[in-house]
Ligand binder design. Structure first.
Ligand SMILES: CSCCC(=O)C(=O)COP(=O)(O)O
Ligand code: MG
Length: 240
């Protein structure tokens, strides 16, 4: 089923990498490292580049180190997709990616698809514009794709969207906004959105995009109804 769409919009967690990488590697790294980062903030000379990330939390949650640390732990353990947490996660993960402790293991078919979609040697029919839309912050997205287990993939990516610059992923309006930016004047179904989350797929389709559910090992199980309502793929090889 080679895709006709010329633009591919990709979710991250559960689509290009496993949910386990996020839950069992990225979140634990964040929880382990964030105390030392917050301690720096509560010193006499806090790092100026950290300030905006701390200021994004509600004032009542940043009255002391303990209050803020507890608040951030609770948000992380509940996997809250709130912009202030996502922003700070990106700030903290940078240390892990830059030190080499973190590397993103993408599914093998994702590397293959990127090569074909973004290579100058591919035919015009094979080439696609690749864009990212994730609840992770744009900074965190760029870090992830620039530190994959098979190198830096950012050269092939034409744009990044998150809950700050596009909106929440289950809202139709977010997909309309992205389509207006990356495919102005084109049919919205010239964009194919791929995600593990059925509610995101439904919102994208409501906005007029083409959208398929991606079923990866470890993702939330799909119901019979989900399978009837949507095209479900297990990897990107079927799209090439
Ligand atoms: C670079 S994103 C890290 C994962 C993350 O924080 C997240 O919330 C992923 O959500 P997605 O929308 O990609 O399923
Ligand atoms: Mg996802």
């Amino acid at each position: 089923m080679p895709v006709l769409q010329k633009k591919i919009l990709l979710d991250i967690e559960g689509t290009v990498c496993s949910i386990s990488f996020v839950k069992d590697v990225l979140f634990p790294y964040f929880l382990k490292t964030v105390p030392s980062v917050l301690q720096l903030h509560f010193t006499a000379n806090p790092p100026p580049d950290l300030q905006p990330y701390i200021d994004a939390f509600p004032p009542t949650s940043r009255t002391s180190y303990d209050v803020l640390h507890q608040h951030i732990r609770e948000l992380t353990l509940a996997d809250k997709k709130v912009p202030e947490l996502k922003g700070l996660q990106g700030y903290v993960w940078r240390r892990g990616y830059e030190s080499g402790e973190l590397k993103a293991p993408l599914f093998d078919d994702v590397y293959d698809a990127f090569r074909i979609w973004t290579s100058a040697e591919s035919t015009a029919a094979e080439r696609k514009g690749v864009f990212i839309y994730s609840s992770g912050s744009v900074d965190a997205q760029i870090l992830l794709f620039s530190h994959t287990e098979k190198g830096d993939l950012t050269r092939g990516i034409q744009g990044y969207y998150d809950t700050v610059n596009a909106g929440m992923k289950q809202d139709k309006s977010s997909y309309e906004k992205i389509a207006d930016t990356i495919a102005a004047g084109e049919q919205k179904n010239n964009i194919l959105f791929l995600s593990d989350n059925v509610k995101e797929i439904a919102a994208a389709k409501e906005a007029g995009l083409e959208a398929f559910v991606v079923e990866r090992p470890g993702n939330a199980p799909l119901t019979d109804e989900d399978r009837k309502a949507h095209i479900v793929i297990e990897n990107f090889s079927s799209l090439l």
